[in-house]
Design a protein around this ligand. Structure first.
Ligand code: NAI
Length: 304
């Protein structure tokens, strides 16, 4: 691989246009944060309506944030004028950085990175928002794995102020500090981690949700009581079941499976049939209106 090819974008001022691929829960949030910070953002989704809806939702969000004086009119206007939905991936050719936030499937992500290789300039950095896959394995989809790193935001992106910056095995040395500078510029903070299964949060956090599911399975307590005690006594902002509802079990359960397998079936990380069954039934959490708890329609959801 060619490290020299990725050596040109070294400072924040050289990151002008940032592409985001995937306009779902995470891509939309990342687009909000980055556009609010004044970067030009190109947003693409393989389902064009999803990207259009994300843009519409962000415009409403910016209006509301402006009315509530949570952002200035200048920031709102800048964000609105800097967010561009693009209909073809080829539009990413102008990007200095592309952040991928598509479905959590290794082969699909590798295929996207392979496609991006044909589109973007060699110095463009590619970041993946994967929660649980190997950054090194995703980078193997690119002919320039040295330009690939992990940039792991948390949900909801504007409120979760810490981001993991993941160093893949072949990531070039200049890439993580540049991503850190970007994160700092948005007002968030970066934490560096090596590319290991689950990085930091999803490694330590597996215990939080898998043990809670085991407590439920063993009929030790109701899920509301488990949440209550973990919030009230253990000091977590969300109980484990509230957290699974927020993340969505369609995301959370595959993460549990992926980390379990990456640690060679280490029993500590074993996923739970309670989660598997709920995925099969489509009882996913906030996004479906019903998870462990029931939720009002999205229009009544709180402002982020
Ligand atoms: P999502 O399902 O809400 O959105 C994914 C979007 O990607 C969909 O709109 C889909 O149409 C689009 N997409 C799928 N394949 C595509 C392709 N080849 N090209 C372009 N667009 C494509 O998923 P979500 O929750 O936003 O997750 C995205 C990524 O972020 C995943 O890797 C996930 O593991 C990670 N993540 C999710 C978190 C969460 O709490 N939801 C937290 C941190 C990371």
């Amino acid at each position: 691989f060619n490290i020299a090819a990725t050596a040109t974008i070294r400072s924040l001022s050289m990151l002008r246009v940032i592409g985001i691929v995937g306009a779902g829960a995470m891509g939309k949030g990342i687009a909000q944060l980055i556009a609010q910070s004044g970067f030009q953002v190109l947003l693409f989704d393989s389902i064009p309506e999803v990207a259009d809806m994300a843009k519409q939702a962000l415009f409403v969000q910016w209006d509301q944030l402006e009315q509530k004086q949570k952002i200035t009119p200048h920031v709102a206007a800048t964000a609105r004028s800097h967010l561009h939905v693009v209909e073809v991936l080829e539009a990413m050719h102008v990007c200095d950085l592309v952040i991928e936030a598509i479905v959590e499937k290794l082969d699909v992500k590798q295929q996207l990175f392979h496609q991006l290789d044909q589109i973007v300039k060699d110095e463009c950095i590619l970041a993946t928002n994967t929660s649980s896959l190997s950054v090194t394995a995703i980078a193997a989809g690119s002919r320039l794995p040295s330009r690939v790193a992990g940039l792991h935001f948390f949900n909801p992106v504007p409120l979760m102020k810490v981001v993991e910056v993941i160093n893949g095995l072949l990531t070039a040395a200049h890439v993580p500090p540049l991503l850190q500078a970007l994160i700092n510029d948005t007002g968030h903070a970066a934490v560096f981690a090596k590319d290991t299964p689950g990085f930091i949060v999803n490694h330590a956090g597996r215990g939080y949700v898998t043990e809670a599911l085991r407590i439920l399975q063993e009929n030790v307590a109701d899920f509301t009581e488990i949440d209550q005690i973990m919030r009230g006594a253990a000091g977590f902002r969300l109980g484990p079941f509230e957290l699974m509802d927020l993340t969505g079990l369609d995301v959370s359960h595959p993460v549990m499976e992926s980390i379990y397998h990456q640690y060679y079936e280490e029993p500590r990380y074993r996923p739970n049939y309670i989660a598997a069954q709920r995925v099969q039934a489509g009882v996913l959490g906030r996004k479906t209106g019903q998870g462990f708890y029931s939720y009002p329609p999205v229009s009544e959801a709180p402002l982020l």
